[in-house]
Design a protein around this ligand. Structure first.
Ligand SMILES: [Cu+2]
Length: 326
């Protein structure tokens, strides 16, 4: 798949993930290809999708509001696609060959997927208390069966997300619970923090999530006090950010503004994202970035409880949760 199509596909993914609010402009439609429009170049397309409301939704009322603005990951079955685990028992700390299928509207396992960020399917596994996070890429083993070596670190409850786009359909994220038998101590959500230390790296997050409004999040990577300016592309980007809402693990997969090789995006120290929280509340954010050949994950806790700022976003143009979808 070429870059334009890939970005188009991912743009749709974002539209699905974020529901109506982010896509109040012309980019959200019920159909994959035609709604995005092949005439729109990848850079424009991506920029329009990820910029704040000033450019994305300003005054453009279209009738193509999605009816369903439910965030991704909350359902095991959506739009005819169903995530079906084939592996039942998981033991704490023991690697297992975890298998699953995604069945399509015809009831059969899906075998044709669009590539999004170098992969046909992204598999995210978090503990329900949002303490542990894994971003994995299962292998296809034939017949629509996916397989991944999975180790769940401790007893407890987990949520697994499959983030994919079937060929000819919208991107979507399905979620299922995974249970690991044994005693466990639920941990409280980590305190709000805009700084994360991982493996000698310090990552700071500038910005906040606000419900119903696109927010700029700038993540800055440093090591031993020095800015890192040679981040390596990982799955077609300098960073991958997953945000999960505490309480129900609503899944938001956001992507950087710009990509490696576009002529303007630098390989650090800053990675810029645009994200929109579907509601007030606490969110955990996990940033995957690659440096010196290794992928690391920085984690943050943010409160998406700031009221949407009425000043820069005209309140006369409600986006997503407003009047026209009901
Ligand atoms: Cu992935």
């Amino acid at each position: 798949m070429n870059t334009a199509a890939k970005l188009g596909a991912y743009t749709l993914g974002l539209a699905v993930v974020f529901g109506g609010a982010l896509g109040a402009g012309t980019l959200v439609g019920p159909v994959v290809g035609p709604a995005v429009g092949p005439a729109v170049g990848p850079a424009e397309d991506h920029a329009a999708m990820t910029k704040p409301a000033e450019s994305a939704g300003h005054g453009e009322h279209t009738t193509e509001q999605p009816k369903d603005d439910t965030p991704g990951g909350l359902q095991v079955s959506e739009k005819g696609y169903t995530l079906t685990p084939l592996t039942a028992a998981l033991k704490p700390g023991e690697p297992a060959d975890f298998r699953f299928t995604v069945t399509g509207p015809d009831g059969r396992p899906v075998t044709d997927y669009q590539v999004q960020h170098d992969k046909k399917l992204h598999f995210i596994v978090v503990s329900r208390d949002l303490g542990s996070f894994q971003h994995l890429h299962p292998e296809e083993t034939g017949g629509g069966v996916w397989s991944i070596r999975l180790t769940l670190p401790a007893a407890g409850t987990y949520r697994a997300f499959a983030d994919f786009a079937p060929t000819g359909a919208d991107a979507l994220t399905l979620g299922t619970d995974l249970l690991v038998a044994g005693d466990f101590e639920p941990r409280a959500l980590p305190k709000e923090s805009h700084t994360s230390e991982v493996d000698g790296y310090t990552v700071t997050l500038d910005g906040d999530l606000a419900p119903g409004r696109s927010s700029k999040l700038t993540l800055k990577v440093s090591k031993d006090g020095e800015p890192v300016t040679d981040l390596q592309p990982y799955l077609g980007a300098y960073g991958h950010l997953v945000a999960l809402r505490a309480g129900d693990l609503a899944y938001l997969h956001v992507h950087p503004d710009g990509e490696p090789g576009d002529g303007t995006t630098k390989p650090g120290p800053e990675i810029v994202f645009y994200a929109e929280a579907p509601s007030a509340g606490d969110y955990r954010l996990f940033l995957d970035f690659q440096h010196e050949g290794k992928v690391r994950t920085a984690d943050f806790t943010l409160r998406g409880d700031q009221a949407a700022d009425p000043a820069p976003t005209p309140s006369a143009t409600p986006t997503g949760h407003g009047d026209h979808s009901h």
